[in-house]
Write a protein that binds this ligand. Structure first.
Ligand SMILES: *Cc1c(COP(=O)(O)O)cnc(C)c1O
Length: 395
């Protein structure tokens, strides 16, 4: 290549020196409690397939049948020829689960957030966003051209202050994760909803990690707080507890119609494959009728969390299946992740920009389908590490 591309080397070297180089690892099996990673069997503590639904027999059967009936691809965007009847079934089911008037499925959670936010807010409007919101929310805010103010993580007083000093804007939108993706804590939605009502602001909740987990039948964080039917726009994904792919928005019929007509993240991308739509729909049904999956999930989370605290690790105060072990520098997080891998446990290191500087961490997630033996194996690996006193583990 010509010297015009020399900067690629410079930039890549800088990344490596900062401990921020990322590697693609190759998974050679289904995302169950133990996976084959680069040819080795390891306990998986880094999957969002929380309920194990991506390998559920009923879900797989639905995907296979849909492929046989409808083929492998959507063949077009939803507004052209890609809107199979599987979408109607799935969206009707989603609206029922969420107890909302309507639902709309996007091709991913990322395109749902970047699609909906620019419809809700534009130039002359204000978006109030939690400091730890997901990157897809941040990108949606950028695309919207609205003014953005970031409030301190879950700080309702700070949010209130920003609302009271910003009455000149045309419209205001508060946006927050329901369950925070890298911290596992739950947003104080009742307080945030009260503020939205008091200050005439819209409220959008990203429930990527609460859906399938919290609330009645796993219907999510909004239901967990008893806030259904309260004028809250919900976003979520079909890619985590549901084990498939796709994002969704739920709300009023008018909101959904407007999105169909205007959301670029819906209009300018191909529809989801039939297998994915059918799998998501089947997984929704399993999710609702299987409270024991959520029970197992929470038992595993509690067991792992208490054991790690006992071993002296510092965990963030998460109440969910996401257990962050904060380690500080990116190098330290990577070293400990590598040491765990050597012990047969895959606990991925999460580094900036996914998390703020100096809060690099292992983001451990448990699955309902982990066995006791697998969880114990993970605990033993962490115990071995602290015994071998991996440098400054407890500093
Ligand atoms: C994963 C995630 C998304 C994006 O969803 P995809 O379906 O993976 O595109 C959005 N928001 C949050 C909070 C997430 O964790």
């Amino acid at each position: 290549m010509t010297h015009n591309y020399d900067w690629l080397d410079t930039e890549f070297t800088a990344l490596e020196h900062a401990g921020l180089r990322r590697h693609l690892r190759t998974v050679m099996s289904a995302p169950t409690g133990t996976i084959n990673l680069d040819g080795r069997d390891v306990v998986l503590l880094g999957s969002n397939n929380y309920l194990g639904l991506s390998t559920h027999p009923q879900v797989i059967a639905a995907a296979v049948e849909a492929t046989q009936t409808f083929g492998t691809g959507a063949s077009g965007s939803r507004l052209i020829s890609g809107n199979s009847e599987l979408y109607t079934t799935l969206e009707t089911n989603l609206a029922k689960v969420k107890n909302t008037e309507a639902a709309l499925v996007f091709s991913s959670g990322y395109t749902a957030n970047t699609g909906v936010i620019p419809i809700l807010a534009g130039e002359g409007d204000l978006i109030l966003s939690d400091a730890l919101n997901h990157a897809s929310i941040i990108d949606g805010c950028r695309l919207s051209r609205a003014t953005k103010k970031v409030y301190r993580h879950c700080d309702v007083e700070h949010l209130k202050g920003l609302l009271s000093e910003s009455t000149a804007f045309r419209r205001r939108l508060i946006v927050t994760d329901g369950v925070f993706s890298m911290d596992g804590d739950i947003a104080p939605l009742p307080d945030i909803h009260n503020l939205a009502t008091e200050y005439d602001a819209m409220l959008l909740v990203d429930d990527a990690h609460g859906f399938g987990i919290l609330g009645r039948d796993g219907s999510g964080t909004v239901a967990h707080f008893g806030l259904e039917n309260r004028d809250i726009i919900q976003m979520g994904t079909l890619s985590k507890a549901i084990g498939a792919l796709g994002g969704y928005i739920t709300g009023s019929r008018t909101l959904i119609e407007l999105l169909i007509n205007k959301a670029r993240g819906l209009i300018f991308t191909t529809g989801l494959p039939p297998a994915t739509l059918a799998a998501a729909n089947a997984a929704l049904n399993v999710m609702r009728s299987s409270p024991e999956l959520r029970q197992h999930l929470f038992l595993h989370a509690k067991h792992l969390k208490l054991a790690l605290i006992d071993l002296g690790y510092t965990l963030l105060p998460s109440e969910t299946q996401i257990l962050p072990v904060v380690l500080g520098s990116p190098q330290r997080a990577t070293n400990i992740s590598e040491a765990l891998l050597a012990e047969g446990v895959f606990a991925p290191a999460i580094r900036p920009p996914a998390v703020p500087p100096d809060t690099s961490r292992l983001r451990l997630t448990v699955m309902a389908t982990h066995t006791e033996t697998e969880i114990q194996h993970a605990i033993d690996a962490f115990a071995t590490l602290s015994q071998n006193s991996v440098k400054d583990l407890h500093s």
